[in-house]
Design a binder for this molecule. Sequence first.
Ligand SMILES: Nc1nc2c(ncn2[C@@H]2O[C@H](COP(=O)(O)OP(=O)(O)OP(=O)(O)O)[C@@H](O)[C@H]2O)c(=O)[nH]1
Ligand SMILES: [Mg+2]
Length: 695
Amino acid sequence: MLTDYKTEKIQNLLLVGHGQVGKTTLTESLLVAGGFLHEPGGVEKGTTVSDFDEEEIARRTSLYTSLAYAEYRDHKLNLLDAPGAPDFIGQVITALHVADSVLLLVDAEAGPQIEAIKHSRYALELKVPRAVFINRMDKERANFPAAVEACAAKFNKPAVPVWLPIGSGTGFRGLVDLLNQKALFFSPEDRQPRTGEIPAEVAQAAETAREKLVETAAEGDDRLTEKFLEGQALSEEEILRGLNQGVLAGNFLPVFCGCANRVAGAQALLDACIAFMPHAGQHAVHSGFVPGSPDQPQTREPRADAPFSALVFKTLIDQYAGKFSFFRVQSGTVATDQDVLNVNANRKERLSHLYAMQGKKNIEVPKAVAGDIIAVSKLDATRTGHTFADPAAPIEYPAMRIPQPVNAISVTPSKKGDEGKMGMAIAKLCEEDPTLNFHFESETNQSLLSAMGDLQLDITLAKLKKRFNLDLERGTPRVLYKETIQKAAPGHHKHKKQTGGHGQYGEVYLEVLPRQRGEGYSFEDRIVGGSIPKGYIPGVEKGIKEALEKGVLAQYPVIDVLVKLTDGSYHDVDSSELSFKIAGRMAFREAMQKASPILLEPVMKVKIYADESYMGAITSDLNSRRGRIIAMGSEIEAHVPQAEMLNYSKDLKAITSGTGNFEMEFSHYQPISGRIAENVIKESHVLHGEAKSED
Ligand SMILES: Nc1nc2c(ncn2[C@@H]2O[C@H](COP(=O)(O)OP(=O)(O)OP(=O)(O)O)[C@@H](O)[C@H]2O)c(=O)[nH]1
Ligand SMILES: [Mg+2]
């Protein structure tokens, strides 16, 4: 193994695309071509390098982005194999932060499907150069030209073949490499392709495609364009340079093709990557800021001689070997036993062992230079998203923007006493998966586990069972309604108890007034002349705050009210903070009853991705959920009450034959009335028992 890589000879290639399109299989073939594997493993057999997690093997699908690498002609190609299932989009996004380019795998028959389109959009947003691999050329109805055209349309860029397939379906037998104008023939027995002349059946197409490729290369830089327009031939080296510049600038999408499971084509792909795909040294300058001060920008060049900085983008917790934090060295060099600053945790960490990773297999390395992706083990305080930096030249990289989990369930351990274990076990899984979230909702008294969809929730529960022997019961989470008032109203309460000896006395007059949505609660002390002594005012306010926790309609928190304390009376001996607290609480409740109280429900902003043919069905379904469409283009944006979204991932799958998916986040609260409000109040009574007297 080489250990002395140059930044210019490292490439970080992220494989993305719709589920089951062949990413893991292609990774495996690239590892054979790169010499790491003698035999490719298979997804079906559960023997690939990148799908090593027990659930990945059981389900024959990737759930995490895994890292492997091919060493090829003194280059190191780090291969990031991402999952295609929509629930695991977070894995794609975090990996995009460390990739030099993405390879969008596309099915030769179906063309670009919804996940690939999303991945492409994220890549564009994060400025990661893109290329396309049209896979499954052996499919009966594979159609290369149609797939290329569809890529150009769906990915919004000219798609320019670098290769052409020879044959298709069962007749697929090789490819034309338009760069060196040779044919590569694959035979089932051989790992190495046989090189030969371009067969007559594709000669014409190859000539046209080669012209297009050279023209595209010429557009890569002004000098080349000039030369091309003057009718001079571009040299091989100039063509590669032009293509490299064009890919980096995102002017076009180079298109490769083949069968992921044919190792013969993988070597050609490695050659092509080295020839013109972006290397780590061509990565844009890394932008961050002075630690803790986002308004003071700082940058690092992706060079080995710059100060050290790195971004942690992945955490793997191995049952036996413990925790691994994966990071890309953004700048500088790092060596074993180096002390670095974990900027986010604000503590020094010694990197005692550095590892190159082949799936779960860790291979110790003495150092790593800018651009490389490696892992370090057993750093407790380190989390995905953290920055490591040279303590003498600290920089912090911005937090990665990862979609919020949209699908929540409430969980309770089946066995009493497992609560603590549950918290600890779920925390570990959350560390590995940034789109998984776990928290205790004190207002509804529930432990909530939220994820991007049902698949992710199912997998999480299965893991908790297998890894931690933890059985959880799942329940539907309660929607967190709120209450507020619609008009001003006065309230009064005199709390007076004479039970022999020391009594209790406190009297409060107050007024409640509605505030704008989002303004919250506010308190004004308008007492004049000491009708309530200063020392008791905090008691009154405590009582009001207690009353705010449980509104008068359905015991949901009260928001957006102004309370003015106007008058009261006290008793020299019997008054106490407690007496005023009770008086304050009761006076508020009385005022709220009179102030036209109303229920508010949380409304989510929902973004739905699906094929155009389903748009009609999706919008009419949203209407039946009291949704309001706010934008409609290649995706639908809508405001929908949270109560209507509890089972949406299942329902959307049903509407879209399993292909649609969505993201959502909290938007605002809106009033509800009529039947809907009555039901919420009824349910609350069932939950809390009939409203009892509060005093
Ligand atoms: N015939 C044929 N089968 C393929 C090809 N590429 C992949 N497969 C098979 O398709 C199935 C799915 O392949 P994977 O490599 O797991 O696909 P993936 O994109 O990694 O899937 P996810 O991780 O679930 O997103 C496996 O059984 C592969 O053997 C291909 O080009 N031709
Ligand atoms: Mg996979």
